[in-house]
Design a protein around this ligand. Structure first.
Ligand code: SER
Length: 318
């Protein structure tokens, strides 16, 4: 496929893996990776430094590169945004508007923008959370995601811009470090398992959260982006689910293959964030509309994470 693809926020947890997958599909030369960081930790694709709050810079890169598709991933995640609420709102919302407006102006074919389980809130039904229900997020990150979802749908309906979105659960991967999320304990726990055999968790042991292994998340994103436009019926953002577990359950999964692994819990300010989010997600719309099906359950993810962290990243080796 000879489409040009622009990725904004390419050096983050999702971007690093998505760029690699996109380069495999469209060719390295057709994927332009951008991020606020100086240099890319992305694979061998062209790289430009771009601050998504630089409105002119965003418009210029889109006008010059003329992408067929944009993946706009730059955001401040939940825990980081709570530390700097003004910047969280500004980066997550202004950045989105700059990208949507420039995409419209340049006639970009499709735009991808991720939402999150953080768009739900304390009065949302917490088990098997439906696509449509009370959404009263109480974090800056969640409020910005819900507002962004409404605008994604608005730009689609009012201007015909083909914006597509998924409400990601907590994402777990081994290739890139996560940055400032409440679900990120579920990544650190694997590093700790290999490095010290013990993890001190910032959430309570019974905190149930929806999670997804990164290969599933990347596949979902690409399957939705490749689906015919009329199959993408939801233009705010799709519920998506893979598995749900608590800190105790992920620790048990690790201990099954690494006997002796232990966990302790010292909940901090992130507990309140996690408590406001659902425990599990009903993603039947994604399954019906564009055929979503997850592959990894908790034990399959544990096996793959530990294997790759050990053999590819060398974690835990003396
Ligand atoms: N993983 C994200 C976070 O914890 C949720 O989208 O902030």
């Amino acid at each position: 496929m000879s489409e040009r693809i622009l990725v904004i926020g390419a050096c983050g947890q999702i971007g690093t893996e998505l760029v690699e997958a996109l380069a495999g599909i469209y060719g390295n030369g057709n994927v332009l990776a951008t991020d606020v960081r100086e240099a890319g930790n992305v694979p061998d694709v062209p790289y430009r430094k771009l601050d998504v709050l630089d409105q002119k810079g965003v418009a210029q890169i889109i006008m010059e590169f003329r992408p067929h598709q944009i993946y706009h991933l730059a955001a401040l995640l939940s825990a980081t945004a709570e530390k700097n609420p003004k910047l969280g709102w500004q980066l997550n919302m202004d950045g989105l508007f700059y990208v949507l407006d420039a995409a419209l102006e340049a006639g970009v074919g499709k735009v991808y923008w991720p939402s999150s389980i953080a768009a739900f809130g304390p009065n949302t039904p917490s088990l098997n959370t439906p696509q449509y229900c009370v959404m009263d997020p109480n974090t800056v990150y969640g409020i910005s995601k819900l507002a962004g979802e409404r605008y994604a749908e608005y730009y689609f309906k009012r201007y015909g811009l083909d914006v597509r979105s998924i409400r990601y659960p907590g994402l777990i991967g081994w290739k890139a470090a996560p940055g400032g999320g409440t679900t990120d304990y579920a990544v650190s726990i694997y590093y700790d398992a290999l490095q010290s055999g013990h993890h001190n968790c910032f959430l309570r042991e019974d905190t149930l959260l929806p999670m997804l292994y990164m290969p599933d998340a990347i596949r979902a994103t690409l399957e939705m982006m490749h689906a015919p436009a009329d199959q993408v019926k939801i233009r705010s953002s799709y519920n998506l689910s893979g598995m749900s577990f608590t800190p105790t359950q992920i620790a048990e999964s690790i201990a099954r293959v690494m006997p002796g692994f232990s966990i302790s819990c010292e909940p901090d300010y992130r507990q309140a964030i996690a408590d406001s989010w659902p425990g599990s997600i009903d993603d039947s719309h994604a399954r019906a509309d564009w055929g979503w099906k997850h592959q990894y359950d908790l034990d399959a993810m544990t096996a793959d994470m530990l294997h790759n962290l050990k053999t590819v990243k060398g974690i835990g080796k003396p």
